[in-house]
Write a protein that binds this ligand. Structure first.
Ligand code: BGC
Length: 379
């Protein structure tokens, strides 16, 4: 593990030298990484888009603003490549209001109730940006900051490293937090995300990824067949904060243990579906330990399959209920109600205020670690 890390650092330095301002490079064993300017921040800071491409021509694109995955091009059952994530064609789109398309979410994925929590007897007040609650890290979460990029060669190919120092008190959270996110795209058409972090004060942390998928590349997602291996989920109150209960999915529209189309039960008269305007809940994955399959999604017409793996205990499955056609994204597609879905592996929402949920506390000397894999295939 340690040797692999040292190797990747050494190779990373070599790659950075090769890169030095060029637009294309091949730092070693893996396929080429292309780098192009994607746009400029209002203060003139350039933002780059990095394309990680495998030898089959499939690719994932990432920008160093918000750690956003801007495109994922993978084949359908006929071998035709298509983009399966929602987003914008340019930086301006992401700088305007965005519902977190493709973003790296931090410091805290999903909601913290009443924008506050207590740690070691001290209350921390956070920025409220979703009614009374804090959503996805606050007003300026990790999805809205500029990350420092570095192209690296690893033992298995190429990767993009993004780093960011979140200062003590940012959005109300304690501790100077050093965050590192490494994105790679393998020969198996899998995006691998490895998040690590350290802090100099006790804090809370819950990093995740907010891509909106549509495996058909158009229309709504109601025909996508979902499997989530979870016996329980965390029901929410009217502001989407978990009540603290772990509710069995048995006999409810939340039972995805058997593969079921998203649209099959989404409009049923169910109090939780009413509150979420559809699915917008955290499933408690039946986990062993380590990297676990959290969800499998299949789109029947294209044959595309998405499998989601993670080391975290929960999965937020959000069926795009707040999309309403007001956003026009890539290629002029006006994103309508439920035109995309998110699968966000994470710790449970509001864990800092729920002592019965798995802990999200990170202490000095500890290493935060969360791995997510989105793997694409066809049937
Ligand atoms: C949340 C939704 C929220 C959406 C923002 C999801 O992760 O669960 O409630 O509206 O992010 O786009």
């Amino acid at each position: 593990m340690r040797n692999a890390r040292i190797n990747s650092i050494v190779l990373g330095l070599a790659a950075a030298v090769v890169l030095g301002g060029c637009t294309t490079t091949d730092p070693g064993a893996g396929a080429a990484v292309q780098k192009r300017e994607f746009g400029r921040m209002p203060d003139g800071t350039p933002i780059y888009e990095f394309t990680l491409k495998n030898s089959k021509g499939a690719e994932a694109r990432i920008i160093n603003y918000g750690g956003i995955i801007t495109a994922v091009r993978v084949p359908d059952k006929q071998g035709k490549m298509g983009d399966v994530v929602l987003g914008y064609d340019n930086l301006e789109g992401y700088l305007k209001e965005t519902p977190y398309f493709g973003a790296l979410i931090g410091r805290y994925g999903n909601r913290i109730g009443n924008a506050k929590f207590s740690l070691n007897g001290k209350e921390y007040k956070l920025a409220a940006n979703d009614g009374p609650n804090t959503l996805h890290g606050g007003i300026k979460g990790f999805d809205k900051v500029v990350w420092t990029p570095k192209v690296m060669a690893t033992l298995t190919g190429t990767a993009l490293e993004l780093t960011y120092l979140s200062k003590d008190g940012e959005e109300g959270f304690p501790g100077n937090l050093n965050v590192r996110a490494v994105y790679s795209f393998g020969e198996d058409n899998a995006i691998k995300l490895v998040y690590t972090a350290t802090t100099d004060q006790d804090t809370v942390l819950n990093l995740t990824q907010h891509s909106y998928f549509n495996l058909k590349g158009s229309g709504d997602i109601l025909d996508h067949v979902v499997m989530i291996p979870a016996d329980t989920f965390t029901p929410v109150d009217s502001t989407l904060i978990p009540t603290g209960e772990l509710k069995p999915v048995e006999g409810t529209p939340f039972d995805f243990r058997t593969p079921t189309p998203i649209g099959a039960r989404i409009n049923q008269a169910d109090e939780q579906l009413r509150i979420g305007k559809g699915y917008d809940h955290n499933w408690v994955i039946n986990k062993k330990s380590g990297l676990t399959l959290m969800a499998r999604v299949q789109e029947p017409t294209t044959g595309r399959i998405l499998e989601v793996f993670s080391t975290d205990p929960g999965l937020q499955f959000y069926s795009g209920n707040f999309l309403d056609g007001k956003i026009t994204g890539k290629g002029g597609w006006a994103y309508q109600f439920r035109n995309g879905f998110c699968m966000e592996p994470q710790h449970f929402p509001d864990s800092p205020n729920k002592p019965s949920f798995p802990s999200v506390v990170l202490k000095p000397g500890q290493n935060y670690n969360h791995t997510i894999i989105y793997r694409f295939s066809v049937k």
